[in-house]
Design a protein around this ligand. Sequence first.
Ligand code: PXP
Length: 264
Amino acid sequence: MIHLSAPHAPLLGVNIDHVATLRNARGGAYPDPVAAAVLAVEAGADIVTFHLREDRRHIKDDDVQRLKAALHVPLNFEAAVTDEMLTIIERVRPEHVCLVPERRLEITTEGGLDVAGQLGRIRAACQRLQAAGCRVSLFIGADPAQIEASADCGAPCVELHTGAFANAWGARNIQDMHTELTRLKQGLKHARSLGLRTHAGHGLALWSEAASQPFASSTAQIAALPDVAELHIGHALIGHAVFVGLRQAVADFQAEAVRARRPA
Ligand code: PXP
């Protein structure tokens, strides 16, 4: 196994939600997101990230308990700001919590949290979670008002939503990509100037369906920003695992079939 040691790289939080998506498609126990998390840590993940959604569409309550028991790296529990979630978090006591907006009908977390518009509610949630010993991060857009409101809430960290940048990268829209990257850089700088630790994530990938990219991957472009202390990556990383693992999977099933026909 190749594990590149890169002391100045951002920490990598691997989001295992979509292993659970695959499991839930058949309603059984396989593939197990907890086993995937253990493998991710063996491979070098610094943090394991998951999002317990209100509708439990991927990670389920039992997964959270098992993740807590199985892992010795920090767990980053993504959750909506609801009393139900805050109560679960107080019971589980993950090392890290990232508060995110949640809409039932969205496919994924579409935008950042409106911290400025619900300052009192988010501040109270931060206090509750910090009293439970969790390090709190707020998932926001790179918008000065949201960054300032996050600092006002007493959260020590913000995670800037990279979705718009990642979409521009996927569409090879160089102008939008530069605009979004500039906005992210300014947001990171602003947040750092207010004493916040800064993370980034959403939609980051290694390749796109468009043929060869004339520029670095969305992951590389964000990882290169010195103010990014942590990256949180899920969908494209699990998707990539299909491609880097499919050859071996076909070989393993073929060998099993061949063995089954061998005379005893
Ligand atoms: N960061 C946060 C706060 C998220 O909510 C998500 C999606 O659950 C991610 C990062 C990872 O996004 P993706 O799955 O697109 O890599």
